[in-house]
Design a protein around this ligand. Structure first.
Ligand SMILES: Cc1ncc(COP(=O)(O)O)c(C=O)c1O
Length: 433
């Protein structure tokens, strides 16, 4: 398969962008080869600039729950774009999107649109601090919340630690405002509250952690987090940038029936355009400017094109049976792969939740980041290469999850399964990890 045009563009890109990319994982540093430059997409497929066609399981890292170029999303974008791209003033499409969301989600009464998941999280944490008057944040090892300064932190040594900056440029003073604890560990959270309870503004987590593998938590754990926040006058933030509108319309909060105080959204909510959002009760949102003292603003926030795209996509998600079909199709896909791995004794299990899946190199239930054996990513590298050669596009890192969209057909998934079986077999025959 020729990828010469992608390779040529990548050479140019290396002179223009750090690592040749505008977001680091795209650089293919964890897999073989160089990034594909994508020319176009339709339904479940993308085409690179060399005109190779791939079945896409990355789906732009989650936003494209309807697949590429859904006719209704494109029509909505066209309708709005012909009237102008941005006015920096309210528009009707934002009302449409917010009404659909708030009308079908009992966890939020008011919301604010921003332009990315990172911005949503940054604003949500500021809001929690503004409401509580406290400063410290508990975050979990293995959860990602965008590139917000005080959340670009990793655990130090020990169970309950102040964060150590995981990026140059984040002052220690910021990292020290964040306490990092392991997932699925009640004692660690209790210890954090015993030591710092008076200062803790909020706990933030991905209720379905999907940025470092898929580390599924129990409902009882999420409820415990809710209870301990309540007891300590701290707020619980569910970062549903991935899980929101993906698992079911009201996301992980609805799925587990655990009510956080603040929710953040991104990805699916924008229909493939740059949109993030945060929401909460009317009381909590009354602290946001201009109603309250927590400042938050954005030149392109809720611009009409993005709002129109989001509203069109969200409307499709609300159609009868949408999630049942999508989730059942995904489960059927991963069940088939798992049956194959079990029968052939490959130590791989595809973890699945809704239309999200992750290839775990273990047959154990994995709930914490430190249970992932990094050396096994050598298998992923080979599997990724083999899949690309079979025209299946998986994310270029074994820590990333995959997504199934409404556009993936049973036939597509059957074809992908066969390619996955072949790729796993080759990887385990050739790689020593
Ligand atoms: C859970 C979560 N929060 C926040 C973000 C940041 O969103 P964005 O990349 O839109 O800034 C991401 C991105 O992947 C995410 O998965």
């Amino acid at each position: 398969m020729q990828r010469t045009k992608s390779e040529e563009l990548y050479k140019k890109a290396l002179d223009l962008f750090p690592g040749g990319v505008n977001s680091p994982v795209r650089a293919f540093k964890s897999v073989f080869g160089t990034p594909l430059f994508i020319d176009r997409g339709e339904g479940a497929y993308i085409w690179d600039v060399d005109d190779n066609k791939y079945l896409d399981f990355c789906c732009s890292w989650g936003p494209l729950i309807l697949g590429h170029k859904h006719p209704k999303v494109i029509a909505a974008i066209e309708e709005s774009v012909h009237k102008g791209t941005t006015f920096g003033a309210p528009c009707k499409y934002g009302i449409d999107l917010a009404e659909q969301i708030i009308g079908n989600n009992r966890f939020i009464e008011k919301m604010r649109f921003v332009s990315s998941g990172t911005e949503a999280v940054m604003s949500a944490v500021r809001l929690a601090r503004g409401v509580t008057g406290k400063t410290k944040v508990i975050k979990f090892d293995g959860c990602y919340h965008g590139h917000v300064d005080h959340l670009m932190v990793k655990a130090g040594s020990g169970l309950v630690t102040f964060g150590v900056s995981s990026s140059a440029g984040v002052p220690d003073a910021f990292a020290k405002e964040t306490i990092v604890v392991p997932l699925n560990d009640q004692a660690a959270v209790e210890e954090a509250f015993e030591k710092h309870g008076d200062d803790i503004a909020c706990i933030i987590l991905e209720p379905i952690p999907a940025n470092n593998g898929l580390l599924l938590q129990d409902k009882s754990y999420l409820q415990f987090l809710k209870d301990i926040c309540k007891k300590n006058d701290a707020l619980l933030i569910f970062d549903e940038v991935i899980s929101g509108f993906r698992i079911q319309f009201d996301g992980a909060a609805g799925y587990y029936d655990v009510a956080p105080d603040i929710l953040t959204y991104g990805k699916v909510v924008g229909g493939g355009m740059p949109v993030g959002a945060f929401g909460a009760s009317k009381e909590i949102m009354s602290h946001v400017a201009p109603d309250g003292p927590v400042y938050q603003a954005g030149t392109l926030s809720a611009n009409p094109v993005a709002m129109a795209a989001g509203a069109a996509q969200i409307r499709e998600c609300l159609t009868e049976g949408f999630y049942e079909n999508l989730n059942a199709k995904t489960k059927n896909f991963t069940d088939g792969i798992n049956a194959f791995c079990e029968k052939e004794s490959y130590p791989i299990r595809f973890n699945q939740m809704g239309s999200i899946f992750w290839m775990a190199f273990s047959t154990d239930k994995i709930t914490k980041a430190d249970q992932i054996d990094g050396s096994k990513m050598e298998y992923y590298k080979e599997i990724h290469k083999q899949l690309l050669n079979r025209k299946i596009y998986f994310a270029p890192s074994g820590y990333e999850v995959g997504f199934v969209s409404q556009a993936h057909t049973a036939g597509d998934l059957e074809m992908a399964s066969q390619a996955i079986f072949d790729s796993i077999k080759i990887a385990f025959d050739t790689v020593k990890a």
